[in-house]
Design a protein around this ligand. Structure first.
Ligand code: SAM
Length: 244
């Protein structure tokens, strides 16, 4: 195992990485370092990307009571096809991901021309119907998210190790009062080192329950179609929640 010391001023303390079968694995007690994700994007290694719109999103979007033209915020958006599907349903999409490659690849894959503008806290990648921030979610302020009517989180909360989850939930709910459709997952914790990290219903209630009403909408066994099987996961259940 090789460990790294916290980088002064990085704001990302206590991270530690170890080498496991040639792959970087993040220790559960650590905070995931931005460089981990940026490197994955540079290498084109994005196994979390479903490539099709998420089934639970399609099933449960109605819970958000959106009107045509409403703006949906997708934190830690990657290049998820979910954003395209939301666009096709007539919504305006606002996303953020650390890497500009995510936004570029997403818009490029759909043949959309886009502009990129450098701002103090992020690069803004825009195309009609899409505003994609390349930067740190935790640096967003309420002004960046003006007009957002709903939030869609798939594989965002579960991408963050436990110490960062509370910060994520607090920042998201302080930024916006909008309802959240949240898709998380659970697997036997000991089977792999995250990300993704398993998040239970109790975790969700502890994270959001004081400020919002949490409703468990559905669960689905997704092990057969998940590439986490290759990493040794034997049981995998996806959960959908409405947090309003
Ligand atoms: C597991 S992926 C999920 C992506 C997308 N939601 C999906 O379903 O395909 C997590 C994403 O979060 C991004 N990310 C991690 N930490 C972030 C942060 N602090 N701010 C913005 N994006 C972040 C990573 O670059 C990565 O693309």
């Amino acid at each position: 195992m090789t460990g790294s010391k916290p980088e002064p001023g990085s704001g990302l303390l206590h991270f530690a990485v170890c080498e496991n079968a040639g792959r970087l694995v993040l220790m559960k007690e650590g905070l995931v370092k931005a460089e981990f994700w940026l490197q994955r994007w540079r290498e084109g290694s994005t196994p979390w990307n479903e490539g099709v719109p998420n089934a639970a999103l399609r099933r449960h979007l109605d819970c958000l009571n959106l009107q045509p033209g409403d703006r949906v915020f997708v934190p830690l958006c990657g290049k998820a096809e979910d954003m395209w599907w939301l666009h096709e349903q007539g919504f305006d999409v606002l996303g953020i991901d650390l890497s500009p490659i995510a936004g570029r690849e997403f818009l490029g894959a759909h043949g959309l021309a886009f502009t990129e503008t450098q701002h103090a806290r992020y690069v803004l990648i825009e195309s009609p119907g899409f505003r994609l921030f390349a930067g740190d979610f935790f640096a967003l302020d309420a002004g960046d998210l003006e007009g957002v009517a709903a939030i869609y989180d798939r594989a965002a909360l579960v991408a963050l190790p436990p110490p960062e989850r509370q910060r994520y939930a607090r920042h998201l709910t302080e930024l916006l009062e909008a309802p959240i459709l949240l898709i998380s997952m659970e697997y036997p914790e000991h089977e792999i080192e995250g990300p993704p990290f398993p998040v239970s219903e109790q975790d969700i209630r502890e994270l959001f329950g004081k400020r919002r009403r949490v409703q468990h909408l559905a669960e689905e066994d997704i092990i057969e179609r998940s590439n986490l099987r290759k990493r040794g996961v034997t049981q995998l259940v996806e959960h959908a929640y409405l947090i309003a």
